[in-house]
Design a protein. Structure first.
Length: 493
């Protein structure tokens, strides 16, 4: 984003505010450059705005992040989960106060009608309903969406802090998890939060067989560890040259079995740790188990976070044989209604006021009638969460095998089923092919440097290179696999 700063130096006085906002977002983004936990503020902005316009999504965010206190939280690629959650809480709290006001007006109006025997209380009741509905809409559209969420105006620091100390403490735990290197998955999907899998492959090499020298005899291969190979692959991936590339190692642990290791779950009545204890990443890399293993992870983000391609790779050695497996998963763009904020623009406050009053007049009666049910829903939600938490604590303390694995991420829940641009489709394939080629080249250089016979590796590399022309996306047929929606795969005999 450095190119943007250079262009802003010549802006006029009237554009200073817009330029300053963009520069602030640029510096905020670059603080975490290269880190898997780095934030993409455009995607965060779209999801935060969606919590204001789609209360169903706001409820799902709060349920996933705040309502499951014992579970880990799935990584949301490029999204500041805390910012989105704080805005979701603010939207629900604002709507709850509106429905409380409407419910109070409705109950008081009905009571006055019963006591007086006249219908005049209907007038102040409806006036109060119009004012409540209009004010909530004006706050949402003018003070929140227009002033803080239009492009160039969004900042994470503007998100409102939660009122509850319990929620504040929970968000602090979630923030640590998003920046940590321990991923606790629910069991059926290890790479939770990373979207759909498009490729999974591996190579098998006889690492104990040395290469032949000029005299025809074989050299003795240099021994190496899985961690050393991971480091070589990580270094090669970091230097691929993509501006939004994030690389690091993560420990993936089964949520049903995390309680077996007190280093990962020191307190059964709290979420698992966010950061792997010293030496555990390397231990799980050298001696993986059925429940925990270390993966080298690389995320390539593009199109302002609309496309995320993730690579997961690991090395395993046994009796002189080396297996390197890798897989790619893709998070496609957000659904159209999550991009609704980009269809909005700021209008004059007077016109915004008139629109809010119009909304109040049109919707006052339906909202007034349904307000008791809506308010009861908001009031019951924390009670329901507290009851579930007490039951879970009771069961865990008495030997129940609780699944600490994370559920879907708030980013994964917002993706659609189609690509928004032809070039975006091509970039998906480009990211995959270049990452795979980089990893092959780094693996070959590593084996060559350790005097391993390259015959097996070169034969398998040639097969993969020959198959590149068969990698197709979207509706194009492929001989081995296809990437994208509505695909068909044909296998040659």
């Amino acid at each position: 984003m450095g190119w943007m700063t250079g262009h802003m130096r010549g802006l006029g006085p009237g554009e200073d505010r817009f330029a300053a906002a963009l520069m602030a977002r640029e510096s905020e983004f670059e603080l975490g450059a290269g880190d898997l936990g780095a934030v993409d503020w455009e995607t965060t902005r779209c999801l935060a705005a969606a919590t204001q316009t789609d209360l169903g999504y706001a409820r799902s965010v709060v349920r996933l992040i705040v309502g499951e206190r014992f579970r880990a939280v799935a990584p949301a690629s490029g999204v500041d989960v805390m910012v989105v959650t704080r805005w979701a809480l603010a939207a629900l709290r604002r709507r709850a106060w509106r429905d409380f006001t409407l419910t109070s007006a409705l109950m008081l109006g009905i009571l006055l009608i019963v006591l007086t025997g006249y219908w005049w209380p209907v007038v102040p009741m409806l006036a109060c309903a119009v004012a409540a509905v209009a004010y909530e809409r004006w706050v949402r559209d003018e003070r929140v969406l227009a002033r803080t969420m239009l492009r160039g105006r969004f900042r994470g620091a503007d998100s409102p802090e939660p009122i509850s100390g319990r929620v504040h403490a929970r968000l602090a735990v979630v923030e640590a998890e998003q920046r940590g290197d321990v991923i606790v998955f629910p069991g059926e999907k290890a790479f939770v939060g990373s979207g759909r899998r498009v490729i999974h492959d591996r190579v098998l090499i006889q690492a104990a067989l040395g290469k032949r020298n000029k005299e025809g005899s074989r050299a003795i291969p240099k021994s190496f560890t899985n961690a050393e190979l991971h480091t070589a692959l990580e270094d090669a991936l970091r230097h691929m040259g993509f501006p939004e590339l994030h690389v690091g190692e993560r420990l993936y642990v089964n949520g049903k079995h995390v309680s077996a290791d007190s280093r990962l779950l020191p307190n059964p009545l709290a979420p698992p740790v966010a950061v792997a204890p010293a030496g555990l990443l390397q231990e799980s890399c050298e001696h993986p188990t059925a429940d925990a293993r270390t993966y080298l992870c690389a995320e390539i983000r593009g199109w302002k976070g609309q496309l995320v391609v993730s690579l997961f790779a690991r090395a395993v050695q046994a009796r002189g044989s080396l297996q390197v497996e890798w897989g790619f998963q893709v998070l496609p763009p957000l659904k159209d209604h999550f991009l609704y904020i980009d269809q909005r623009y700021q209008i004059h406050p007077c016109l915004q006021f008139v629109k809010a009053i119009g909304t109040g007049v049109i919707w006052c009666i339906p909202e007034l009638i349904t307000s008791p049910f809506n308010f009861a829903r908001y009031a019951w939600s924390p009670v329901r969460d507290a009851r579930r938490e007490r039951w879970q604590a009771y069961a865990i303390s008495r030997g129940f095998v609780f699944n600490y694995g994370s559920l879907h991420s708030i980013r994964e829940n917002a993706v659609g089923n189609r690509m928004l641009h032809y070039f975006l489709l091509q970039d998906e394939l480009t990211f995959i092919l270049l990452a795979e080629h980089t990893m092959f080249r780094a693996l070959g250089n590593f084996l060559e440097a350790h005097d391993v016979d390259m015959t097996q590796f070169e034969a398998q590399e040639k097969t993969f290179v020959n198959n590149i022309s068969n990698y197709n996306i979207n509706e194009v047929n492929g001989k081995n696999f296809a990437i994208g929606d509505h695909t068909r795969v044909t296998v040659s005999k």
